[in-house]
Design a protein. Structure first.
Length: 225
């Protein structure tokens, strides 16, 4: 990808990084990093914008593997956005009533829990699992090979995963090692950067597959697994 294209891909991560710094300066660290604060709201917006754009682009004419990957990216973005919104807590029994669920194994094995909600949530879970696996299986693209070929959309996705992983490191592994406020700001900043790189990977996956753009052998050879 040309240097100008790379600069375009870095626009959203850079914007979110600057936004985190500005919010951190204008507000106290506690206010900037609290639940549903300005930084988290921006993350929600980017995740759901990524999902909407990915699904819209997947519906447009184009190479089948690219459309399937865009659909998969849309599903991933929706799940990440739902995770940021703590949907897993909203659907717990203490909020959702008798039809709520818990992710712990003992909820599924507890015989006192009615069977109907287990069937419902089990079916929903299978649908989500299918949405996470089938598009990539049908696309038949090799992500390791794409990384070796320098495919920019795959590299942007990998960078997003790294930054999101760093957010988890700050949240869990460094909880006792760092003071609370700097750790939270670092966590939210890295997660914002991860969301920004993910957004760029969605746009790049579509841009490099358009007619007149360079399509790599990894896209053309869909039989390579």
């Amino acid at each position: 990808m040309h240097s100008s294209s790379w600069r375009m891909s870095l626009f959203m991560p850079a914007l979110l990084g600057i936004w985190c710094v500005v919010v951190g300066i204008l507000q106290s660290t506690e206010a900037a990093t609290r639940e549903f604060g300005l930084i988290e709201i921006s993350q929600f917006a980017v995740w759901f914008l990524s999902a909407a754009i990915a699904c819209m682009l997947a519906a447009r004419p184009g190479p089948a593997p690219t459309r399937l990957v865009l659909l998969w990216l849309g599903v991933v973005a929706l799940i990440c956005g739902a995770r940021e919104l703590d949907v897993h807590l909203w659907i717990a029994p203490h909020n959702f009533g008798e039809w709520g669920m818990r992710f712990k194994l003992n909820w599924w094995t507890d015989l006192s829990v009615p069977l109907a909600p287990k069937i419902l949530w089990g079916a929903i879970g299978l649908c989500i699992l299918a949405a996470l696996t089938l598009p990539l299986a049908f696309a038949r693209l090799n992500p390791i090979r794409r990384l070796r070929l320098g495919m920019p959309d795959t590299w942007l996705f990998a960078i997003a995963v790294v930054f999101l992983g760093l957010g988890g490191v700050f949240d869990d592994l460094l909880r006792e090692a760092l003071s609370d406020e700097p750790r939270k700001l670092a966590e939210e900043t890295t997660e914002s950067l991860g969301a920004g790189f993910f957004f760029s990977s969605v746009l790049t996956a579509y841009r490099i597959s358009r007619p007149g753009k360079q399509v790599s052998q990894a896209d053309a050879d869909t039989s390579d697994t």
